[in-house]
Design a protein around this ligand. Structure first.
Ligand code: FEO
Ligand code: CA
Ligand code: CA
Ligand code: CA
Length: 680
């Protein structure tokens, strides 16, 4: 793939230097601070599956797991965030809180676009802490940094303070406010006098929304499928949406992932005859009504028959320089277009860079992008467009515990099926239609890939497969046009990597690249854990979680967020939908647990308010301050948003004097009362 030298400055198109560029000039060696530890055994692995190689499993976490885990959770779920004795959880940054200067959030006041643009967006998800460089030990601060936080989607009823949102007339102002509630926050955070808070005002504070100007780079830049009337060059796009999980690079940038972008598009044009949905639209779940946002009624950009190529400009990984508030975010199309759920960057001992990313759809795929260039630890600018050139692969999990990374590379000879004879035009076409390219080469359909986490020393890779109840005995001729009405008819049979026909509780798969080479095209894998409820009536739902001594207390379902801290603790967060009480005996609320990857022992650390998702997790480099996100507490599709949760402004959460019934997504700060490392 060609490099795009004209893009050399797109990440930072201004002449302003970011703080990290300045630091590079001052002390080049210190830019290593975000690099993954390159230690660990670089031993060559045989072809045995991981499960037969216990000696090669990840080592126990440094410092161990020492907290008193929470008991099994049952109904009714407490409308609060609960953490173990000796820990404190505190609401830190909720929807509507100012990012910088300005007045406090006023409950039940109408939210306008102008207000929303200077306040936290809704539905916080993936998140990263970028420490400020310092001259002290380690070269980075444990007391000051930037938090970059995704705002995945909105509850339109809460946003517009309406209990009849589905029936009110959509106005342009409502659309603009909703678009402003999406995207990303960058906020400055600092510990002062022993207490963490948001720095207000801060020159770094920034909201990126569904209308923020962005660049398109990589193979799809300028492609005919990316061209619109407003952007005839196909290289400038407005905004990002449905930013779910995330990633971060060792050169200090944030990667935000566009997941269910299809839901924002729609049309009132009848989809018949010449206006019928195309195969491309169907494969990505584009439909007339979308998810009910109704943006298309006032913004033709989101009307698929007014602006048919606009959906192709979403579904990407977006790179943001949080240290330069004037930088233009860049959609890195070389990484492929799908419903990205996390973009886990790994640097090999040889400075090779790869990005793992899952496509969160029932029966969709896991991808890996291998950069052509190498990470330069001493020159930040040299890494600026590293994500524009390389090879995109998709995973095939073989039944013998081995796996293959199948390249998704345009081939003029059509030897791999991705050539003109099968209708492929070029590499831009391949990345824009990445799902169909992956269908063509025979990738393994997975049970909804969510987050991917990489062990800090062994580089063993773990991926949550959150759930899938759409497996059966009806193998499709090609993958499901998932997301279309009814989700298509595909019900692929179970396979070794996705072994449960009714995988309501999900599982975690892991793999290790051959010879521990991040760029390897083969790997070995095993299933790390089948999630479940040990007291469930159905054996298929019980799982095999290695509890930590209290039977059932470690149970969880729908693993989603997954992250290794620097000491090797594996943190898993859950996103079970709805009331979660049907046949959930031990799983009352969504949770976050710490897992020892050396033996799978699982310890429940946090339980949540009702009907939320626990997501987003990061600590300061010293591990002593942790932030997590509570997304959509009390989510209630009936529109009566008061019935399930009033967190965080409720008495059960310790709030007083707040006459507010509407729950708010929020970042939560967790500290240990003795000042120690979280998890010990
Ligand atoms: Fe937005 Fe796949 O979770
Ligand atoms: Ca997720
Ligand atoms: Ca999820
Ligand atoms: Ca979510």
């Amino acid at each position: 793939m060609p490099l795009h030298p004209e893009n050399e400055t797109t990440l930072n198109p201004t002449t302003n230097e970011s703080i990290l560029d300045v630091i590079d000039q001052v002390a080049p060696g210190r830019r290593r601070f975000l690099k993954f530890t390159a230690g660990g055994a670089a031993m060559s692995m045989s072809a045995l599956p991981l499960s037969m190689k216990a000696a090669h499993a990840a080592p126990p976490p440094v410092g161990g797991i020492g907290f008193t885990q929470l008991a099994a959770d049952t109904a009714p779920v407490t409308d609060a965030v609960t953490v173990p004795p000796g820990y404190t959880a505190k609401t830190f940054y909720a929807w509507g809180d100012p990012i910088s200067s300005g007045s406090a959030f006023v409950p039940n006041a109408p939210m306008t676009e102008a207000e929303q643009l200077r306040r936290a967006g809704m539905h916080h998800d993936g998140m990263h802490f970028f420490p400020f460089p310092t001259s002290g030990a380690g070269g980075f601060s444990n007391e000051r940094g930037l938090l970059a936080i995704n705002h995945e989607y909105t509850d339109e009823g809460i946003l517009h303070n309406s209990t009849s949102i589905g029936t009110v007339t959509q106005t342009a102002a409502m659309t603009r406010t909703s678009q402003a509630a999406h995207g990303v926050s960058v906020i400055e955070v600092r510990k002062v006098g022993g207490t963490w808070g948001v720095v207000r005002p801060s020159p770094f504070a920034r909201r990126i929304t569904a209308n923020t100007p962005m660049k398109i780079s990589g193979p799809a830049k300028g492609h005919p499928r990316m061209v619109t009337a407003a952007d005839p060059a196909g290289e400038n796009v407005l905004g990002t949406a449905n930013n779910c999980a995330h990633g971060y690079t060792p050169w200090g940038t944030y990667l935000t992932c566009e997941e269910n972008f299809n839901g924002y598009f729609g049309t009132t044009t009848p989809l018949t005859g010449g206006a019928a949905l195309t195969d491309l639209e169907r494969r990505y779940g584009i439909s007339a009504g979308g998810f009910g946002y109704r943006w298309h009624l006032t913004d033709p950009r989101f009307d698929i028959r007014a602006t048919p190529n606009e959906p192709n400009r979403f579904g990407w990984v977006v790179e943001i320089d949080p240290f330069n508030p004037a930088s233009v975010p860049v959609k890195r199309t070389a990484l492929g277009r799908f419903k990205h759920e996390s973009a886990a960057v790994v640097v090999g001992a040889d400075n090779k860079v790869v990005v793992y990313s899952g496509d969160d759809e029932r029966n969709d795929y896991i991808y890996k992008f291998v950069c052509s260039g190498l990470f330069n630890p001493t020159n930040r600018g040299a890494n600026r467009n590293l994500l524009d050139a390389g090879t995109l692969y998709v995973a095939k999990f073989n039944s013998d515990g081995t796996g293959n990374w199948l390249p998704l590379v345009y081939d003029p000879t059509n030897a791999n099926g991705l050539g003109p004879a099968n209708g492929w035009a070029d590499q831009g076409d391949v990345v824009i239609r990445a799902r169909q390219a992956a269908d063509r080469v025979g990738a393994t359909m997975m049970d909804r890939p969510e987050w991917i986490a990489v062990h800090p020393t062994t580089r063993e890779v773990y991926c949550t497969l959150t759930n899938n109840t759409r497996r059966g005995t009806n193998p499709p001729s090609s993958n499901s046009p998932a997301g279309t009405t009814g989700g298509g008819s595909a019900r692929p049979p179970v396979d070794a990597a996705n072994p449960r026909p009714d995988n309501r509780y999900g599982h975690i798969i892991r793999w290790r690249e051959t010879s521990n080479d991040v760029a390897a095209t083969t790997f070995e894998w095993d299933i790390f854990v089948l999630a479940g409820d040990s007291l469930s009536a159905a054996p298929n739902l019980q799982g095999n979680i290695n509890d930590s001594g209290i039977p059932g207390s470690s149970d969880y379902g729908a693993p989603d967020g997954l992250w290794f801290d620097a000491n090797g603790r594996l943190w898993v967060q859950t996103d079970q939908q709805g009331d979660a009480l049907g046949d959930w005996v031990n799983i009352g609320a969504n949770t976050m647990s710490a897992i020892d990857p050396s033996n799978g022992k699982t310890y429940r650390f946090l339980s949540s308010p009702p009907n939320c998702e626990v997501t987003g997790v990061i600590t300061t480099p010293d591990g002593k301050a942790m932030w997590i996100n509570i997304q959509h507490p009390g989510e209630d599709w009936s529109g009566t948003f008061t019935s399930k949760s009033a967190w965080p402004d409720n008495a059960a959460n310790g709030a007083t004097g707040v006459a507010l019934a509407k729950p708010r997504s929020s970042t939560v700060l967790i500290t240990k009362d003795d000042g120690g490392v979280i998890g010990t």
